[in-house]
Design a binder for this molecule. Structure first.
Ligand code: ATR
Length: 284
């Protein structure tokens, strides 16, 4: 347990809603193992209170905030500085306050890259399949572009919606979900970024055709509940290595904590946070 005293550094999360957040569990586990005097709290902030929340956090000496749905874009206008990756993504999930003011970052992209590296999935100069084009896909796509992929084969239910966001990128080719038949010739790493298959709708998958999964070499599914989605199972049954989204969740928090504290989180702290996270997500 954290002993809160006059020197405790306050960290937190702003979003709407925040009741089900797992971020306090991760951040407080890391603090405990690494012996840092920090406390991480959820703050339920409505859209109309966003500017006041940022100004208030700064005035209160809060060291850092994570930002979640629906504020990741809107918060940017209230910050003094935005990191280049977050600017490119057009979304901030981490705000650090210091003497120079506030700076916004996006650790969703960093967390995703760390999961890819840990899974041993190399994307440099590869064609990569991305399924989905919403907010989660946005961070993944920018991470992949910054990792120098050769091309992103983007499959989305609404082509129009995907084109409106990603139509200008030379390296991104956009297709409907059924479009794989005309495009896939090889085997590719594949990132599943839709919400389809999320518990309690675990019997659903955005793509079900066996022919598609014959072209899938490995999968990262951003969903972590259930631990294996139907999409992952279908890919695994066709010989792919499959990974759920829990490591990305863990690592985006770890990367945020490192930015808040300006120091590395130990491997022991990461392991302990991973253990507690897995218990909270899968054993309750
Ligand atoms: P998130 O922030 O979690 O990415 P989102 O921005 O609402 O959430 O995006 C959800 C993604 O899941 C989108 O790619 C969406 O497809 P559309 O852009 O066509 O809406 C996809 N999605 C949601 N429900 C779907 C369904 N039933 N079938 C296929 N795709 C679906």
């Amino acid at each position: 347990m954290i002993d809160i005293d006059g020197k405790t550094t306050v960290l937190g999360l702003i979003g709407d809603p925040v009741e089900h957040t797992l971020s306090p569990l991760i951040h407080n586990a890391v603090a405990e193992v690494d012996g840092n005097n920090t406390a991480y709290l959820p703050f339920h902030v409505y859209g109309e209170g966003l500017k006041q929340a940022i100004d208030g956090a700064c005035a209160l000496g809060i060291k850092g905030l994570n930002v979640t749905v629906p504020h990741k874009k809107n918060v940017m206008q209230y910050l003094d500085e935005i990191d280049a990756l977050a600017e490119g993504i057009g979304a901030v999930n981490t705000v650090v306050f210091n003497d120079n003011g506030s700076k916004g970052y996006n650790t969703d992209a960093l967390g995703f890259m760390r999961e890819l590296a840990e899974a041993g999935i190399s994307v440099e100069n590869r064609k990569v399949i991305v399924v989905g084009a919403g907010g989660a896909a946005n961070a993944v796509i920018h991470a992949l572009l910054s990792a120098n992929v050769k091309e992103i084969l983007l499959f989305n239910r609404s082509v129009e919606k995907a084109v409106s966001v990603f139509g200008e990128y030379e390296k991104i080719k956009i297709y409907p979900l059924s479009g794989w038949r005309d495009v896939l010739v090889d085997k590719y790493p594949c990132i599943q970024c839709t919400s389809v298959g999320l518990a309690p709708n675990a019997d659903l998958s955005p793509i079900e055709d066996a022919g598609f999964f014959e072209h899938v070499e490995s999968v990262v599914d951003l969903i972590y509940r259930p631990a294996e989605t139907k999409f992952m199972r279908l890919a695994r049954e066709h010989g792919a290595e499959v990974h759920n989204g829990l490591p990305m969740l863990l690592y985006q928090a770890v990367e945020s904590y490192q930015l808040f504290m300006n120091k590395k989180v130990s491997d022991e702290a990461v392991d302990e946070a991973r253990k507690r996270l897995a218990e909270a997500v899968w054993q309750k």
